[in-house]
Design a protein around this ligand. Structure first.
Ligand code: CP
Length: 313
């Protein structure tokens, strides 16, 4: 494998939290991502030949689950999928520990999403690597890497940027994870824009503040002209009841984009609701579909690293 593909060192058996990665780990993953993205499917489908990936999704997903599946197939692996929690024996009361002890005998790597920290529990008992595909309101580490890769592709750097995170920051695991990952890179200014009730986790805010310039605001209008990136996120209606009053709080429109930098990009982990109208999709600033496309090569890189590390960690 390494004769044709240079695989960086990666000393993690599992990947459940973006905070476990060093800046060097992130740089290595993004570099491998770039290499894999430049390769045809045919030229990389030996990497995970004869491997089996189990996707256990106990919460809905389009991008994360299907990009992991696409990545696995591109690398030559086969995929087992639980995409509906009610079809697994967890719905009969089986513990996550028992589930993982069994499933880890059926596969070489487990990808897992849940509404709580099941991926962390799974990693404690799993003989095969576990990747967190989104858990609770704080952790979405593979989305954070996808977003960093998308930013690097656009700006060719991850430093000296002005970034606004906008919307329901309290419940957005994409924003919480990306802010932590981004704070490993220097001289960035982060603006966290939300209603008081939907502020970023105070623990995450504190950690980001230790390394970066941060501000908390309730409107993006005044700072729009300074921004390189505006990262919107939807109201997570499934996680709290009184969301209705916030529905129109942060909606971009063409007027919002009148005085922005020419290279401003609009990012969003998707799915969107009403915060970015479809009419903005053709704007030169819109970048969220390109961002989503980055999910496949990033997940290819993660599968490559963790499958390769399996025996040596
Ligand atoms: N961004 C993201 O996690 O999307 P899905 O919920 O569709 O996987």
């Amino acid at each position: 494998m390494s004769a044709v593909l240079k695989i960086p060192k990666f000393f993690h058996k599992h990947f459940v939290n973006v905070e476990d990665l060093s800046k060097k780990d992130i740089e290595n993953i993004l570099s491998l991502t770039q290499t894999l993205e430049s390769m045809s499917r045919k030229s990389k489908n030996f990497i995970a030949e004869n491997k089996i990936i189990a996707n256990l999704f106990f919460e809905p997903s389009t991008r994360t689950r299907l990009s992991f599946e696409s990545a696995a197939y591109s690398l030559g692996a086969k995929v087992l999928t639980v995409a509906e929690p009610n079809t697994s024996s967890i719905s009969k009361g089986e513990t996550i520990e028992d589930t993982i002890k069994v499933v880890s005998n059926y596969c070489d790597l487990i990808v897992m999403r849940s509404s709580n920290d099941l991926p962390l529990q799974a990693s404690a008992v799993s003989d095969v690597p576990v990747i967190n595909a989104g858990s609770g309101t704080l952790k979405h580490p593979t989305q954070a890497l996808t977003d960093l890769y998308a930013v690097k592709k656009k700006f060719n750097k991850l430093s000296n940027l002005n970034i606004a995170f906008v919307g329901d920051l309290k419940h957005s695991r994409a924003v919480n994870s990306l802010a932590l990952a981004f704070s490993k890179f220097s001289n960035n200014n982060f603006f966290f824009i939300s209603p008081e009730e939907l502020k970023l986790s105070s623990a995450v805010f504190k950690k980001v503040k230790e390394k970066s310039n941060v501000s908390q605001l309730d409107s993006f209008n005044k700072i729009l002209p300074e921004l390189d990136i505006i990262y919107l996120t939807r109201l997570q209606r499934e996680r709290f009841k009184n969301f209705k009053k916030f529905e129109k709080a942060y909606v971009l429109n063409s007027n919002s984009l009148k005085n922005v930098k020419k290279n401003l990009i609009i990012m969003h982990p998707l799915p969107r609701t009403n915060e970015i109208p479809v009419s903005l999709d053709k704007s030169k600033h819109s970048y969220y579909f390109e961002q989503a496309a980055c999910g496949v090569p990033v997940r290819e890189a993660l599968l490559t690293l963790l499958l390769k590390q399996k025996k040596s960690v």
